[in-house]
Design a protein around this ligand. Sequence first.
Ligand SMILES: Cc1ncc(COP(=O)(O)O)c(C=O)c1O
Length: 389
Amino acid sequence: MTGRMADRMAEISPFYVMTLLQRAKELEKQGRDIIHMEIGEPDFPTPAAIVKAGMDFIQKGDVKYTPASGLPLLREKVAEFYQQQYGVKVAKERIFITPGASGAFLLALGATLNPNEELLMSDPCYPCNSNFVRLFNGKTRFVPVNADNDYQLTAQAIRDSWQSNTKGVICASPSNPTGTIIKAEVLKQSIEAVNELNGCFFSDEIYHGLIYDEKATSALEFSDDVFVINSFSKNFGMTGWRIGWLIVPEEFIEATNKLAQNIFIATSTHSQYAALAAFEAEAQQELENRRQELSKRRDFLYQKLQDLGFEMGCKPQGAFYIYANCAKFSDDSFQFAHDLLEKEGVAITPGKDFGTNDACHHLRFAYTTSINKMAEAMTRLETFLEDYK
Ligand SMILES: Cc1ncc(COP(=O)(O)O)c(C=O)c1O
């Protein structure tokens, strides 16, 4: 008889940053002032207009299930958003409202992956997606990327890494942890490569509204034969509401609907009503102000880290992360992050949370806190570096 725990659990990695977070909490209990730059959610609350829409709906008391695919009106709004934002027409039947991008990935991977099939992902990348692949008994082939290619996969890298059991590619732009975006031409060529290889292309566009110097390009601008994953979490300030969406190729509509019915029944109804307000002028204006504030934070932090001697390779264009090379100071970024927390009370995320590709020399700084707090964090970091070996 085998043990009670599934074998796959040995291969599902925890977040290493959680040990840091736990320690940060202990230190806070002891009265230490900790500056949090490890957290992947900004310090802004959900925009007031969105909260009000959610509360108004709850107050009516009729909080029942919606269809598994989501509230029809919200799916229409998402379709309109694609028309306005990217000039693409998406049939609302292809849009599924999900419990966050995480729920969207569960549906997309559940509908496509057979056991032992492989997906290609960049290293570094957001770790949960490969754990989802493992959950469906699939495998991930990590392809090392670096600043020369904006930390993104290319069509060439996809073709070179493709095996007989490769099912497709997950691309995230802007990327977590690097904040870098895939160039439109590279995205187009990558989708073409995957389509030629008869694979599935998954485009994680969760940080799309948070791009600072240029316009985001959606995979849907190049093909309808792609899976697009997005969310209200980051751009719309709704992390805790657990709501996102998935757009599937037409042939997957029925399969996705079946899976959604079985896995979640439906996404939280009040979150869906709240999200209707996210596309209205009032919330949009607030979100635009936040984007501008985040852009200032990025410039501030990028400059400071550069002045302190960290190397970034290329300037991050989006999300709220800077992936900094700390090789000048340490060969063990995990230890570095622990020491920085203990000595100076600044919490950041070690590279090993995002893969193995030179992870020991990398740290992720999240600019999810105010410039004033980051200025204080940078002063502490400077003091820390003075005698760090
Ligand atoms: C790249 C990326 N994809 C997906 C997610 C999951 O987001 P959600 O809160 O919408 O489930 C995250 C969360 O940090 C992320 O960084």
